[in-house]
Design a protein around this ligand. Sequence first.
Ligand code: CA
Length: 225
Amino acid sequence: MRLLLIEDEEGFAKALQASLKTRHYITDWADNGRDGLEHGLSNVYDVIILDIMLPEMDGLTVLRKLRENEIKTPVLLLTAKSELDDKVTGFDMGADDYLTKPFYHEELYARLRALTRRQQTTEPQTTAYGDIYMKQGSNELYCHTSGTSLPLNGKEYQLMEYLLLNGGQIISREQIIEKIWGYDSDTEYNNVEVYISFLRKKLQFLKTNVSIQTIRKLGYKLTNN
Ligand code: CA
């Protein structure tokens, strides 16, 4: 699970980040609204934890701009006690939940579990493009045309799923690294290329019409020939 925490109080943010790490959440932290929005627009997060009072751009504006840009990542708003009106406005703007500061970390974990569960049940059970598809809960990549399937290992699986979820849209190497290896990882671009080449071999073996196209300087996308 990758989280984005947009929060300007450094001590609070660092403590939360450390606490989330013990629960195996990888959390990127932005300390102002403008940076937070930029991170959020990358669309690589499972949940965004968003403070309302922020420098550069306030949380509600960040939320509005995310939704205007079709970013559907669940957003958990952090509000101060007195900000009831903000809460209402937040829901109107597409927030999924809110938590009033101060809160117990256990309370946050419970909300996060609920938000990620909700997200999973609204996603389709199969992820498909052209004649290939993956089923949730299985590590196999299937092909309708040839009627065959192949197992994918962890990173191959995540990468293939990410490509499928983006349909025929281009995803950049940076997005792939952020999504699969994590924002702070020192993964090199050629690691991405290695996994892309593994997937290409598997697609060939499946005799599918779908292939992974390299778009020079931009990234990769699936094409259906
Ligand atoms: Ca704040």
